[in-house]
Ligand binder design. Structure first.
Ligand SMILES: Cc1ncc(COP(=O)(O)O)c(C=O)c1O
Length: 481
């Protein structure tokens, strides 16, 4: 009989390696500002990762050495103070430690009388408080806003299309339609596809010069669909569009949804958390009246990947969307299988990790005011950067800055847009290759834009001076060539 386990024979040796790892982790994060933002991933390291399935064992120290040499240095860089690409959070040391503790406990946070499900519930309650949702609302922690949006849009579909869970969409003679602005994130398109609605039935409504959905066109599209026998069921509003951070008129959308009896969903992947900042509270008041809201905690709450939240105003409707009770998952009155309603009744997943712990520990440690201050700091940094851009004739601000995203480009009189596109793309790649800063890019009105999305608690004002100086210098250089 084989009595071997995967536990080490020599726990003391593991302790030594673990302490070494922890020292490295702390030094790495402490000194991250001194590192380049991004480093090219060399071919010899890539080659190491092409080796075939190991058959023999190797001491943990040796495995760690490979990690130290070939993996650890070549991170994406979103822990660095000058990383502002896409919309990515920074993480914290507390998050690292919480993840380690969560993996140590290794609970499956779905069913059972265990501390982790209560921590999960407390985090959801805190999320409700942050968003001004009623205490009776429900919610789930999921991997990211993509899944949070998909979860909410599944509930929206099930709530508005009677018996769709049992009978499927082909039970409906009228084709269901859903509405969102053209600036809506691609994950909403995917959600519309995976919920079986079909992306052709997502009406992409035009935006105004502030990148906000045009309410008159939204209403016209709904009216036209009704007249033609379609079945409108949902509007997705944006709080923080991915391109420019624009915030739709939530009050107007709420009234449209009321008038036509549509589900009011908000994708607030990063922007919803600006609700913590006093200046934004009035503008986001109607968020509190949404049927559902999706937002990430790994973006603007700076939690390590992955964790996001979906909140659903009506708990019963939420539960009816996912409830299923097989005989092998029964709750009992006592013992391990007691405890709260199983979390798989509120989402797609059955097995779930303890992602709630990093959120719980971080909020316990910092208090919510500190997060509000960090978010506000990032908004002020975006405004500071926008002002610097507007004050420089070699730079052009390409969109309003309502939140934390700044889109701009390097310009030179007499150059066509096509040439400016090429130069600005070169600037972005050079900034990254030289390890100076990592913005990303987008296309606005057909023009290439350097895009800076600030969800970074490590950024300080000087980081934006460094960025602007480098853009000007690289732009000048590229023009010479
Ligand atoms: C507005 C918006 N919605 C949804 C998403 C998807 O979020 P996630 O990457 O966490 O799935 C993003 C990602 O940047 C986003 O900016």
């Amino acid at each position: 009989m084989n009595n071997q386990t995967l536990d080490p024979d020599d726990w003391e040796s593991v302790r030594k390696t673990a302490h070494h790892m922890m020292d490295d982790v702390i030094d790495y994060l402490k000194d991250i500002r001194e590192q380049p933002v991004w480093k090219h991933f060399p071919d010899d390291s890539k080659a190491v990762l092409k080796a075939s399935l190991p058959k023999e064992e190797k001491p943990l120290q040796e495995v760690y050495k490979i990690f130290e040499e070939h993996i650890f240095p070549y991170t994406k860089g979103n822990i660095h103070p000058r990383f502002w690409a896409w919309v990515q959070g920074t993480g914290t040391i507390t998050g690292v430690l919480a993840d380690m503790l969560a993996s140590t406990m290794n609970p499956n946070v779905t069913i059972g009388e265990q501390s982790a499900v209560y921590v999960d519930a407390q985090v959801i309650n805190w999320c409700k408080e942050m968003m001004g949702f009623p205490a009776a609302a429900s919610g789930m922690l999921v991997s990211g806003a993509s899944l949070a949006n998909t979860t909410a849009l599944t509930v929206a579909r099930n709530a508005k299309l009677a018996h769709v869970r049992q009978k499927g969409l082909h039970n409906f003679t009228a084709i269901p339609t859903i509405y969102a602005s053209k600036e809506t994130h691609s994950c909403v398109v995917k959600a519309v596809e995976v919920t079986g609605i079909g992306s052709e039935n997502l009406r992409k409504i035009d935006v105004d010069s502030d990148y906000r959905i045009k309410i008159d066109q939204l209403t016209e599209a709904i009216e036209l669909d009704l007249a033609q026998g379609y079945l409108p069921y949902c509007v997705v509003a944006n709080v923080g569009t991915v391109n420019t951070g624009s915030i739709d008129d939530l009050e107007a959308i709420y009234h449209v949804c009321q008038k036509y009896n549509l589900w009011f969903h908000i994708d607030g992947a990063f922007g919803a958390l600006s609700k913590l900042v006093p200046e934004y509270q009035a503008r986001l008041k109607y968020l509190e009246l949404a049927d559902s809201v999706a937002f990430d905690l790994h973006k603007w709450m700076y939690m390590p990947y992955e964790v996001a939240c979906v909140l659903i105003r009506n708990r019963d409707i939420h539960r009816e969307s996912f409830y299923i009770q097989p005989s092998y998952l029964l709750n009992h009155e006592r013992g391990l299988a007691a405890g709260p309603d199983s979390l798989n009744h509120f989402g797609i997943e059955l097995s779930r990790g303890f992602k709630a712990l990093k959120v719980w520990m971080s909020i316990m440690e910092n208090g919510i005011q500190k997060y509000a201050d960090q978010i506000e700091k990032n908004i002020h940094q975006a405004r500071y950067l926008a002002q610097k851009i507007e004050a420089n004739i070699s730079l052009e601000l390409m969109a309003p800055v309502p939140l934390n995203i700044v889109c701009f480009r390097y310009v030179r009189a007499g150059l066509a847009d096509h040439d400016l596109d090429l130069i600005n793309k070169e600037i972005v790649m050079t900034l990254q290759e030289n390890g100076i800063a990592s913005p990303s890019s987008t296309i606005l009105n057909g023009k290439y834009a350097i895009r800076v999305a600030i969800t970074n608690h490590r950024s300080i004002q000087e980081d934006f001076d460094i960025l602007v100086d480098a853009v000007l210098e690289i732009g000048k250089e590229k023009l010479k060539n």
